[in-house]
Design a protein around this ligand. Structure first.
Ligand code: NAD
Ligand code: MG
Length: 397
């Protein structure tokens, strides 16, 4: 029996992970469920899955969680706070950790799982962007197996199965749906609303990654993610817009072979790969029928004028050091402000550019350095949110 900790259980990836778990009661069991602040949703999941442990990151909600578990007569032990989350992620309570917390908030529990040598189903791409070298080193030293839970990287992981020499890999092509605003010019993006930005044409996801998909920052974060996961330099990673979202990524090898992974856009496939690997297990996702999907697979270059965030991420990866951490922190801050209706859509890349232009880059020699860069970038981005004109000006310096 594989005991699985689902961190971010109340989110979109959390729900997909639990859906796959439920299909395999003979081999998979949810032993730890964790959420940020949605205590009622977490309690509802505990009633269904009866985990050994439940964690709410927001400590103010501990009593509600504990009492709710007691009232339901559940054997589940209640915990609160990030340190408790980190301890459980690295403990004997689980063999596998689904890292599905959104944002940099997921870093410490992801690192704890890596250090403890867990099977790490890594959806929390921000932790790789913020501290990719450290996280990959922690996984190597701890003996953890990382299985990416991002459709593109999961596709590459599958294409690389049986290939233990990544020097034979000549290029990675990450596919992108193009998001809800594909085909619009920069000017046409000025007035788009949060509701329009989160209405993704192909994937149903949490609000933050949906906005990132609309700006193409999601693909930028994925370029950095691919660099760390597969050890490929930025010049050998490219992005192609593929509106059908059926080809999840392509790997070119030095012998002229290109391998791609295809499937319907449903994250349960990636989660089933992660939970069952090296075996294939049922995910609940149907087989792809290219004819009924329209019989067409199209590819086009991304529009970097309308969606400058993708180029910004390449710039941060090439600069190295703390630059990706600064990019990520500024982006999280700007996206949150956009979702709250405090800034317009085009201010997101302005704020990220201005922050990257202003916060000095340092070598990423320790976690403390990276976290200090994260804090500094968030402070500057927050100040720029209150002054979009300065953000616009600083972005052009
Ligand atoms: P979501 O917003 O639906 O869910 C986020 C989860 O994180 C929730 O359970 C929430 O309670 C929890 N959380 C938030 N802040 C927390 C904190 N401080 N401490 C503990 N828990 C906290 O997000 P999502 O769409 O499921 O995405 C989760 C991660 O997976 C992101 O990093 C995203 O980029 C990545 N991802 C998602 C998809 C997708 O299809 N949704 C695809 C690829 C990668
Ligand atoms: Mg993806």
């Amino acid at each position: 029996m594989q005991r699985v900790a689902v961190l971010g259980a109340t989110g979109s990836i959390g729900a997909s992970a639990l859906d796959v778990l439920t299909r395999h009661p003979d081999r998979l069991r949810a032993s730890v469920l964790a959420a940020g602040s949605q205590v009622d949703a977490l309690l509802a999941l505990c009633r269904t899955y009866r985990p050994a442990h439940a964690v709410i990151a927001d400590e103010a909600l501990y009593v509600r969680l504990r009492d709710g578990l007691q009232e339901a007569g559940l054997p589940t032990q209640a915990h609160a706070g990030m340190p408790a989350l980190d301890t459980l992620a690295g403990s004997d309570a689980c063999d596998t950790v689904v890292a599905a917390i959104v944002g940099a908030a997921g870093l410490s529990s992801t690192l704890a799982a890596a250090r403890a040598g867990k099977r790490l189903l890594l959806a929390n791409k921000e932790s790789l962007v913020l501290a990719g070298e450290l996280l990959m080193a922690a996984a190597r030293e701890g003996g953890a197996t990382i299985i990416p839970i991002d459709s593109e990287h999961n596709a590459i992981f599958q294409c690389l199965a049986g290939c233990n020499d990544t020097a034979t890999l000549s290029r990675i092509t990450l596919t992108a749906s193009g998001g809800p605003f594909r085909g619009r010019s920069r000017d046409e993006l000025a007035q788009v609303t949060p509701a329009q930005a989160v209405a993704h044409p192909k994937w149903s996801m949490g609000p933050k990654i949906s906005v990132d998909s609309a700006t193409l920052m999601n693909k930028g974060l994925e370029v950095i993610e691919a660099h760390h996961l597969f050890g490929v330099p930025s010049e050998r990673i490219r992005v192609l817009v593929h509106p059908q979202s059926l080809v999840h990524s392509i790997v070119d090898f030095i012998d002229g072979s290109s391998l791609a992974q295809l499937g319907l856009p449903d994250m349960r496939t990636a989660l089933a790969v992660g939970l069952g690997w090296p075996q294939r297990i049922e995910s609940g996702v149907g087989a792809l029928d290219l004819l009924s999907e329209g019989g067409r697979l199209e590819f086009e270059a991304p529009d970097l004028d309308a969606f400058p965030s993708l180029a910004l991420a390449f710039r941060a990866l090439e600069a190295g050091g703390t630059a990706p951490a600064v990019l990520n922190a500024a982006n999280e801050t700007a996206v949150s402000a956009f979702l709250q209706g405090r800034i317009g859509f085009l201010s997101i890349p302005d704020i990220v550019t201005a922050t990257l232009n202003t916060v000095p880059m340092q070598p990423a020699d320790s976690l403390d350095t990276l976290l200090a860069a994260d804090v500094r970038a968030r402070a500057l981005a927050s100040a720029l949110i209150d002054s979009p004109a300065s953000a616009h000006k600083l972005a052009r310096t």
